[in-house]
Design a protein around this ligand. Structure first.
Ligand SMILES: Nc1ncnc2c1ncn2[C@@H]1O[C@H](COP(=O)(O)OP(=O)(O)O)[C@@H](O)[C@H]1O
Ligand SMILES: [Mg+2]
Length: 236
């Protein structure tokens, strides 16, 4: 569970929670680039929708998995389904989930695509579980609902930056440099947090200056991935 306060996201949460409460929706993917806040939203939405899932809400991180086939054993671990002699683990897992109102949060699926989509499809076909996935790319499965996670609003971007920065530098004030910095970082939560961590060493004006220099380099065609460049500029 996250140890920092959630900033904004009320409309997004309301929409996602509403989808998770629908009985006809079995598979929902939160999509978007790295650092947009997919995991954060998914965990919060799952917690808020928990009442609709009397048999439990389970979070499984797929990030450490190197192979999509390991999804079944990870889920079995999480749900404490034991391996039984002469029986496929997937079968025991399906039996455990059968007819249960369970929400499975499968976090960070992108690096296992496309293989993991097949594994998730067999879960989707079981009677009972609803599956909430976070992934940069959608799974491209039938019955998949996709929610593209937007960036933060300008105000929420500034609030996230200032909250994180003030945890380190309580005297820091909001300024036009802060506002511009957040816009320049596309209000991307991960980028804002990385930049806020740098305020120990650099003022917001200096961070903005560094970012501008990098962007000038970019204009000169020295880099291919603006987002990566922007991110790197904040952490270097
Ligand atoms: N609305 C928010 N309020 C506070 N922190 C947030 C918010 N959205 C994202 N974060 C933080 O930003 C970072 C990146 O978010 P994360 O959910 O991990 O992104 P993703 O899963 O899309 O890569 C995390 O440290 C997360 O806690
Ligand atoms: Mg994530």
């Amino acid at each position: 569970m996250p140890t920092t306060a959630m900033v904004g996201r009320e409309p997004e949460l309301a929409e996602i929670v509403e989808m998770l409460q629908r009985k006809d929706l079995r598979l929902l993917t939160l999509s978007g680039p790295g650092g947009t806040g997919k995991t954060r939203l998914a965990i919060q939405a799952a917690a808020e929708a928990a009442e609709s899932y009397p048999d439990g809400v389970w979070w499984v991180s797929l990030a450490p998995l190197r192979d999509a086939h390991l999804l079944v054993s990870s889920l079995a671990d999480a749900l404490q389904v034991e391996e039984q002699p002469g029986r496929e683990l997937a079968e025991s897992l399906a039996e455990r989930l059968d007819g249960k109102r369970v929400l499975l949060l499968l976090d960070n699926a992108e690096h296992l695509l496309p293989a993991v989509a097949h594994e998730i499809a067999s879960l989707r076909d079981a009677q009972g579980p609803t599956i909430l996935v976070t992934s940069r790319e959608r799974l491209q499965l039938q019955g998949e609902h996709v929610y593209a996670v937007p960036t933060l609003t300008d105000d929420d971007g500034v609030e996230l930056f200032m909250t994180r920065a003030r945890a380190l530098e309580p005297a820091l004030q909001t300024s036009s440099a802060v506002v511009e910095l957040c816009v320049r970082l596309d209000n991307l939560p991960l980028a804002l947090e990385l930049a806020a961590a740098r305020t120990v060493v650099f003022s917001p004006e200096q961070l903005l200056e560094r970012l501008s220099q990098r962007l000038d380099l970019l204009k000169a065609g020295r880099d291919r991935d603006p987002r990566q460049q922007t991110l790197r500029a904040t952490i270097e």
